[in-house]
Design a protein around this ligand. Structure first.
Ligand SMILES: Nc1nc2c(c(=O)[nH]1)N[C@H]1C(S)=C(S)[C@@H](COP(=O)(O)OP(=O)(O)OC[C@H]3O[C@@H](n4cnc5c(N)ncnc54)[C@H](O)[C@@H]3O)O[C@H]1N2
Ligand code: MOO
Length: 632
């Protein structure tokens, strides 16, 4: 097959064309002790070597008898059996003495001197385990291509099988590359990043039944990389080259494959993961995996997982999924099948999927997700209330119980999350930080259990109420105060530019960093600018938006901005200075139905506790006098 060019191949076609090349590739076999065989795959049929049990064994504690000697025994006609002659004492598992053919349980006999008295006759072979009851000598225990489970190991040992021939674990070699990449146990300087892709891949590979080795990190040098690839292909069944898959100056993977092997596919219509290179050297799969972690993982999961199972002649297990409804329009990317990370919430009898932010580099979007939602390339996107398939990342038993919070970010939420876990309340509190307005919109769409907002109404000077009424209409909700907190200017230590008030933001020497539209902090800033008659375009950096207080503080800490508006806890966390401007109210917005839910009851108990409040106060810039109170 000739090479398929970048960005032309659908995932289905790439899978079909590439995987079929290796359909007859099989790994070698090895002989291993049965004790170590869990998870391994049989290389030949396995037959039992002995009977289990291999002798007639007592199934009970009692006496062995000859059934014919017991006939006629009854309550009115008890029979006496002479010890040692008519009856022999046996324990469970003991062999049945020669000539005996039944066991009477100890609790059914009376012991009287030289005799046992019985009041019921025994039937032949009662309470005796037959030879081969558990396993028959010579019987087929497992066919070839069977994956050994823990109880299979027990059964094999019982059947006298001590060693078996299994398929060798497919060997995966991983070559991390890049001048900027350093080992994960080192601390990166500017321009350096630690290699964490390799370790994720190793863990997954081992879960699937492969043996994975990671080479030293290779710099972007063509000859070195080529030599390494040629070495490693001899030692492994599957070779992975991380990064250098796209069009960059130092992306050598494709060139090497063309020189010493061949490229089957370069570029698939998926996101993340588009620039993957699927190649072959010496009839073995060599995959150039994109460096961005989510791209790397997705390609590895799609191709390497399948290859491992295929090489072991196993069916590829289906990835667990559920059907969920999407309550907003999700546009598709032109010419790309997108795999979006989503949160899941069980609301009003169905699962609701809520997309998290895009981007192939943000591990956060995966770490905090419950599932992966494919958005097919050719569709119009996903329509409102459409049912879609979601591949789940967590057990459904926990997804069904979790509480999904969407709204503005606050540090007290982290304390809440931790308290819910440490008090083992039986559910997780999952957070999507999208700003105050975003939270209310999600609540309106029925995407979350509760929202969080700090929206000042300039006219009335109240918080949240007018916004809730306007956005949520007649949806019944209750506002419960979480905290009061200080908003102000986040500036470098010792405030070198001497900033003190909102008017300072228009100074020509100042670079500002803003929050996204719809965030409570942005609403506050715009309100102040409006009140003071300051045009937003007079502020340098007004257009540059971040999504959290922490991101604003990080921009100031890293000197990409001189000042931002945010909360004191964010400034403290980055060792910055803070100039307080206003104290604001942050409330939970809870649908009145959910207020009755036992989980919400437990959440309110936590926030009402002294333990929670004292941790919040310790953050600095917080007040908890109204925490847990219903607000109007
Ligand atoms: N001009 C273009 N640039 C890029 C394109 C494109 O089409 N045209 N595609 C983008 C996409 S999409 C992806 S995905 C990446 C793929 O990048 P490469 O495979 O070439 O890898 P690098 O550029 O070397 O690295 C990308 C990124 O990943 C980090 N990285 C690399 N290795 C590791 C590792 N082992 N552990 C953790 N992180 C790693 C690396 O430092 C970079 O930040 O290309 C886009 N560019
Ligand atoms: O394909 Mo890249 O993986 O979109 O980031």
């Amino acid at each position: 097959m000739s090479k398929i060019y970048l960005e032309k191949v659908s995932l289905e076609k790439a899978k079909e064309e590439y995987l079929k090349i290796f359909k007859d590739y099989s790994v070698e076999t090895e002989n291993i002790k049965v004790e170590n065989s869990n998870g391994r795959v049989t290389a030949e049929a396995i037959y039992a070597k002995r009977f289990g049990p291999h002798y007639y064994a007592s199934a009970m504690d009692g006496i062995a008898v000859k059934a014919s000697n017991t006939y006629g025994a009854s309550k009115t006609n008890p029979l006496m059996l002479k010890k040692g002659l008519d009856a022999v004492i046996v324990d469970t598992g003991d062999p049945i003495p020669e000539g005996f053919n039944a066991v009477i349980k100890i609790e059914e006999i009376n012991d009287e001197g030289d005799f046992y008295i019985i009041e019921k006759s025994a039937t032949p072979w009662q309470n005796i385990r037959a030879i081969g009851e558990s396993v028959m000598k010579g019987q087929l225990m497992f066919p070839v291509n069977h994956m050994i489970r823990p109880y299979d190991v027990g059964s094999l040992l019982e059947a006298g099988v001590k060693e078996i021939n299994v398929k060798k674990k497919p060997l995966i070699g991983i070559i991390p590359t890049g001048d900027e990449i350093i080992p994960p146990d080192q601390d990166p300087e500017k321009g350096q990043l630690v290699d964490f892709n390799s370790t994720m891949m190793k863990i997954y590979g081992e879960q699937w039944g492969a043996k994975v080795s990671i080479t030293e990190i290779l710099p972007d040098k063509y000859e070195d990389l080529k030599k390494k690839v040629l070495d490693e292909i001899e030692k492994n069944d599957i070779l992975i080259i991380i990064a250098g898959s796209s069009a960059g100056r130092e992306d050598y993977t494709e060139k090497i494959l063309n020189e010493v092997g061949r490229v089957v596919v370069h570029g698939i219509n998926i996101m993340p993961g588009k620039p993957v290179i699927l190649g072959v050297i010496k009839e073995k799969p060599v995959i150039g995996i994109p460096g961005y972690p989510l791209s790397a993982l997705l390609n590895y999961y799609i191709f390497v997982r399948t290859l491992v199972y295929q090489m072991l002649s196993l069916d590829v297990p289906e990835t667990p999924y559920i059907n969920a409804v999407v309550r907003r329009k999700v546009p598709s990317q032109v010419g790309l099948e997108e795999f979006l990370r989503v949160n899941l919430a069980f609301i009003d009898g169905e699962y609701v999927a809520v997309p998290r932010k895009r981007g192939s580099a943000a591990m956060e979007s995966l770490v905090n997700a419950d599932g992966i939602m494919p958005v097919p390339e050719k569709s119009e996107g996903i329509g409102i209330n459409e049912k879609v398939k979601i591949y789940i990342l967590n057990p459904i038993s926990s997804i069904s119980k979790n509480v999904l919070f969407i709204g503005s970010h606050d540090y007290s939420l982290d304390i809440l999350v931790n308290e819910i876990k440490s008090q083992k309340l039986g559910f997780d509190f999952n957070i999507q930080s999208v700003g105050s307005m975003g939270g209310l919109m999600s609540l309106k769409r029925g995407e979350c259990h509760l929202a969080g907002a700090h929206l000042l109404d300039p006219q009335s000077g109240t918080y949240n109420k007018t916004y809730v009424e306007e956005i949520l209409g007649d949806k019944k909700v209750t506002m419960v105060n979480l905290i009061w907190r200080q908003q102000g200017l986040i500036v470098p230590k010792d405030n070198p530019l001497g900033l003190g008030k909102i008017e300072d933001l228009i100074r020509p020497d100042i670079n500002f960093i803003n929050r996204q539209k719809g965030s409570g902090t942005r609403v506050l800033l715009d309100y102040w600018l409006n009140k003071k008659g300051i045009p937003s375009k007079s502020i340098r950096g007004y257009e540059r938006e971040e999504f959290t207080h922490t991101a604003v503080a990080a921009a100031v800490a890293n000197k990409s901005a001189d000042v931002g508006l945010g909360i004191k806890a964010a400034a403290d966390a980055m060792d910055l200075d803070f100039i307080p401007l206003l104290e604001e109210r942050y409330d939970f917005i809870i649908p009145t139905d959910f207020l009755q839910d036992t989980r919400m009851g437990k959440i309110l108990e936590v926030i009402n506790s002294e333990k929670f409040k004292s941790q919040v106060i310790a953050l600095g810039g917080y007040r908890t006098d109204n925490t847990g109170e219903i607000m109007s």
